[in-house]
Design a protein around this ligand. Structure first.
Ligand code: ZN
Length: 593
């Protein structure tokens, strides 16, 4: 799942160490800190009006921030000032909850500053420049009357020529890969101006002259974006001839980005080593299961000499059990109550029926990537529905549908539902939205969110979901192996110059992936950095933390209490949740990282 909006994090290692004797007080320092947080967030949205829209904060819906040097300098000043204001608080004088908010904010500011002065993606990521998403959201989200939204769109649209002009000034050193993506995505967004906006204008009750003006401005906007696409295409052929910046980040930037974005107790190298070891262990488990099932599925054959070949065949055999293509959405819908029932009857965590999950076919404007995703409401609209978008398989050829259903076979579909929905992303984000701290819900950590999705799968199977069926476990391990392999790929591609063919080889032969899936993953790995590492990092930290608390609490430990409490701290980095939860459980006397 891609989080609805992704904010940024920085990591801190030097605060709050040792010194476990001072009491943590509430009181007026907290009141001042609460005021500071509130005004910081209000001001923050002025610098990120687009991000505000994706978070459900619509005050600046008529502003598009132009990515020029002047605005970067303004942001830089804002960050410096906020950092100074933050440092004026003595963290020790704050409540435990505010101490963690302090850390989250401090890291967030550092990460933004690091992006401005070190990573500088504005110079090389051509795909950063695309206005489609927020215009789409404004036009398709019913947060105020259509006429008012159209007027906001109109005002916001006027920034677009300056926006793309600034992009062309910024892009001094683009990579080929991100330039290609930018061309593709900007082309994909043209429909907003040629179809979506004109349709919405027709549906509105605006005066006829105003309608005509918007339509004219809309077609002018399409021209502006087309000419930017032209520029990108010229740039692309020049890059192809002259050579371009590599998409590979290199060790230094990769390690820094990992520290600032993932915010883990481990370093990137440690996580990479853990992933290598995990791959060995998972292979052993998969071989053991495949051997135990072999005679049942292949009574007339002996197990292959190459043990992983046996695993691959076993997976392929089991994967043939899947629903018919036209039943795909309905089969997912039917499964949600079964997952809920299992959780309630095993007392695993709290669900909230006042904030239900609505399974729906993916809306047309969100389609394009096949599969399933969750749209959770942000903290500004916490009681709104959560949608589980499932794309029907109508657009596939018979062969494509078969291949897709092979991947999302009957058992894998259950793991997918656990991950995306219950008790995975939907449940986690529903709990997060109940956190009284806006900082803990807005400033999301992707390793925590994705780690929870993976943790949920493992926990459900361990608790007996699917009756400990070996076939289900085998496919679960395939799924886990995907995240483990993502971690290995991410580091080897960005640091060790792993080639495309070696990467495909690894995915197909060591992680049992289909060729199309592996090719798609290669592409994603060239376009992202560190993100593919987030899943396994979060999983590793959550799982080992649960075991730590189980041991510390002994007979007082219950899964239900652990889960409810863990999820109550919002979507912040696992490292911070650990610190505050240990303190709240009386296992440590202060917030210690
Ligand atoms: Zn996910």
């Amino acid at each position: 799942m891609q989080s609805v909006y992704q904010l940024l994090f920085v990591m801190c290692v030097f605060l709050f160490q040792g010194c476990a004797t001072q009491p943590i007080n509430g009181g007026s320092a907290d009141q001042r800190f609460n005021d500071f947080k509130a005004s910081l967030i209000v001001e923050y949205w002025e610098y990120f009006p687009g991000l505000a829209i994706t978070a459900g904060y619509y005050k600046h819906d008529d502003v598009l921030s132009v990515p020029n040097q002047t605005n970067r300098q303004k942001l830089d000043k804002f960050l410096t000032r906020s950092s100074r204001q933050l440092s004026e608080f003595s963290a020790r004088s704050l409540s435990a909850s505010n101490q963690t908010d302090y850390l989250v904010l401090q890291n967030h500011i550092k990460r933004l500053a690091w992006n401005l002065d070190t990573l500088k993606p504005f110079q090389w990521r051509a795909d950063n420049y695309n206005v489609a998403r927020e215009f789409n959201l404004i036009l398709n989200t019913d947060y105020k009357p259509l006429n008012d939204r159209l007027r906001a769109v109109r005002t916001r649209m006027r920034y677009i020529p300056d926006y793309y002009a600034a992009a062309r000034v910024n892009l001094t050193d683009p990579t080929l890969e991100h330039t290609l993506l930018a061309i593709e995505q900007n082309k994909g967004g043209l429909g907003i101006w040629t179809t979506l906006l004109p349709d919405k204008v027709q549906q509105s009750t605006l005066p006829e002259t105003e309608k005509q003006q918007i339509l004219q401005e809309s077609s002018f906007t399409a021209e502006v974006i087309e000419s930017h696409i032209n520029w990108l295409e010229h740039k692309l052929s020049a890059l192809e001839q002259q050579g371009a910046r590599s998409f590979r980040l290199g060790k230094e930037l990769f390690d820094q980005k990992f520290r600032l974005e993932i915010v883990s107790q481990f370093t990137a190298e440690e996580i990479y080593q853990k992933a290598l070891a995990a791959r060995e262990e998972i292979h052993d488990q998969m071989i053991m299961i495949s051997k135990s099932l072999w005679l049942h599925y292949f009574p007339n054959e002996i197990y292959p000499a190459d043990e992983l070949t046996g695993v691959k065949r076993m997976i392929s055999e089991i994967s043939q059990e899947h629903v018919a293509r036209e039943e795909f959405v309905e089969a997912i819908r039917r499964q949600i109550p079964e997952l809920e029932l299992f959780i309630v009857s095993n007392d695993l965590l709290e669900l909230d029926h006042t904030r239900p999950l609505v399974v729906r076919e993916t809306p047309a404007f969100q389609r394009g990537v096949a599969g399933a995703s969750v749209n959770s409401p942000g903290p500004y609209d916490a009681t709104a529905n959560t949608y589980y978008n499932v794309t029907p398989l109508d657009h596939f050829s018979p062969e494509q549908a078969e291949s897709y259903l092979h991947e999302y076979n009957s058992r894998m579909m259950q793991i997918l539902n656990i991950h995306e929905a219950i008790p995975g992303h939907y449940t986690q984000l529903m709990h997060a939205n109940k956190s009284p701290s806006l900082v803990k819900t807005l400033f999301q950590n992707s390793a925590m969110i994705e780690g929870w999705g993976l943790y949920a799968e493992r926990m459900m199977l361990e608790e007996g979901y699917g009756d400990h069926e070996p076939e289900l476990w085998l496919l679960y391990y395939k799924w886990l192996l995907r995240s483990v392999t993502n971690t290995i790929l991410d580091r080897e591609i960005h640091l060790h110059h792993l080639s495309r063919s070696d990467a495909l080889n690894m995915m197909i032969n060591q992680a049992f992936q289909e060729t199309t899936e592996a090719e798609e993953k290669w592409r994603r790995a060239t376009l992202s950095q560190v993100q593919l590492t987030s899943y396994f990092t979060g999983f590793t930290e959550i799982y080992s933390f649960r075991e730590e608390i189980r041991e510390a609490l002994g007979d007082d430990f219950t899964l239900r209490d652990f889960h409810n409490q863990f999820l109550s701290y919002g979507s912040i980095a696992v490292k911070y949740i650990k610190a505050i939860m240990r303190y709240d459980l009386g296992l440590s006397k202060s917030i210690e990282l």
